[in-house]
Design a protein around this ligand. Structure first.
Ligand SMILES: NC(=O)c1ccc[n+]([C@@H]2O[C@H](COP(=O)([O-])OP(=O)(O)OC[C@H]3O[C@@H](n4cnc5c(N)ncnc54)[C@H](O)[C@@H]3O)[C@@H](O)[C@H]2O)c1
Length: 271
């Protein structure tokens, strides 16, 4: 009885599972007794992470997918179902920005390659839609499930320079709300769809924007820190904490929500 944060025995599929944020989610979910299916993109990183989790006493399997490729997603779904029987949680973590789709002193808006914009746009929104079509179909059939998307501060107000990324994350937050309603109205009221919107965590996708070659804050990095009332970057564990809560029954009435995990960034106008 009481509030139930337990996750033991559930199965979670995590795209972008080898990335900075989602690898920590995978480890933390496994530590809570969740069987994790780490969906990597290429190479053996996903398998290496799964092996490490198993060595630490958790349950994990791995395979590679392209979240923009339907066949690879369907194969992954079959693989996870064959291994674990059911899927309870889908975390759509694959995403990110690219330098070629970001305006800079060297690259004006007028010179940005449309294909670079499309790649960033597709990865951050279409990759999540397609993945949710494939895995969400199981939730619609069983009448149970939990989806967590990874949005961004760029979804609330566009960040300067990151044109496609901001637009795609805004669409992703919108899709999160749309899908929550759609699942409840058409399939089951036991399916929840939410997102976390991380503030600024120093990772490969934004390091070139936030720090110089000596590791000192760029002007943009300084602005971010000044506009974050807590005065620091977040840690991957701090994003994982919110995701674990969203996946648990402690969040059983949280649905269609975009949860900022941002040290107060979105609460502060800078004045
Ligand atoms: N780092 C931040 O400050 C921050 C802030 C807000 C939101 N986010 C979001 O969090 C999520 C995770 O980002 P991260 O910072 O851990 O970045 P990351 O680059 O470490 O992880 C992204 C992962 O996506 C995978 N990926 C890329 N293209 C793919 C494809 N076509 N198919 C399958 N997988 C693919 C990569 O292999 C990588 O493992 C992303 O959606 C990102 O936009 C990050």
């Amino acid at each position: 009885m009481g509030i139930n944060f337990h996750l033991t025995g559930k199965t979670a599929v995590i795209t972008g599972g080898t990335g900075v944020l989602c690898s920590v989610m995978a480890r933390e979910l496994a530590r809570k007794g969740v069987r994790v299916a780490i969906l990597g993109h290429s190479g053996d990183k996903a398998q290496v992470l799964a092996d490490e989790i198993e060595k630490d006493g958790g349950r994990a399997i791995a395979c590679n997918v392209d979240v923009l490729n339907l066949e690879s997603l369907k194969k992954a779904r079959q693989y996870v179902v064959d291994k674990y029987g059911t899927i309870d949680i889908l975390i759509n973590g694959a995403g990110g920005n690219k330098k070629e789709a970001t305006t800079s002193e060297e690259l004006s808006f007028f010179d940005i390659d449309i294909d670079a914009l499309k790649r960033v746009f597709d990865l951050n929104i279409m990759g999540t839609v397609l993945t949710t079509q494939v895995f969400g179909e199981l939730f619609a059939k069983t009448g149970k499930g939990c989806v967590v998307n990874i949005s961004s501060m760029a979804a609330y107000h566009p960040l300067t320079r990151t044109i496609a990324y901001s637009g795609a994350k805004a669409a992703l937050s919108n899709f999160t709300q749309w899908l929550a309603v759609h699942f409840n109205q058409n399939y089951s009221t036991d399916i929840r769809v939410n997102a976390v919107a991380p503030g600024f965590i120093l990772t490969n996708q934004n390091r070139f924007l936030l720090t110089d070659e000596n590791g000192n804050p760029t002007e943009r990095g300084r602005k971010v820190l000044d506009k974050t009332p807590m005065g620091r970057y977040g840690k991957p564990e701090e994003i994982a904490g919110a995701v674990l809560w969203l996946c648990s029954d402690a969040a059983s009435f949280v649905n269609g929500a975009i949860i900022p995990v941002d040290g107060g960034f979105s609460a502060y106008w800078g004045v």
